[in-house]
Design a protein around this ligand. Structure first.
Ligand SMILES: [Zn+2]
Ligand SMILES: [Zn+2]
Length: 111
């Protein structure tokens, strides 16, 4: 999970994060441990549902179909993501995201 403004994410990273949320919920329902991801600061269990809704909203805005409701699961408090660190990471890793982040930040300054 990036936990960044969904407008920051290029298509690949938007769809990627969405898929990861479904996988994380799948793991929870199967009783698999997410300890590794939690320790690396990649997941916030208590934010999965909220984050999924945000990403779906952005996907619809970009005309992607969403035919996969998130299965229900019991939320619990676990994990801590550092969005500021993720933002820098993503800017380093992905040129498309970097362009979007710069555009978006510029827009936000103007408004
Ligand atoms: Zn979904
Ligand atoms: Zn990207």
């Amino acid at each position: 999970m990036w936990n960044l403004n969904p407008a920051y994410l290029c298509t690949q990273h938007l769809l990627g994060e969405h898929k990861e949320i479904h996988q994380a919920v799948g793991s929870i329902l199967k009783g698999r441990s997410l300890k590794g991801h939690l320790e690396k600061g990649q997941l916030e269990i208590h934010n999965l549902k909220k984050r999924h809704a945000e990403l779906v909203r952005e996907m619809k805005k970009r005309n992607f179909n969403h035919n996969s409701p998130l299965p229900d699961f019991e939320e619990f408090y676990a994990g801590k993501i550092d969005p500021q660190k993720n933002k820098l990471d993503l800017m380093k890793r992905c040129k498309k995201c970097r362009v979007r982040i710069k555009d978006q930040d510029k827009k936000e300054k103007q408004t």
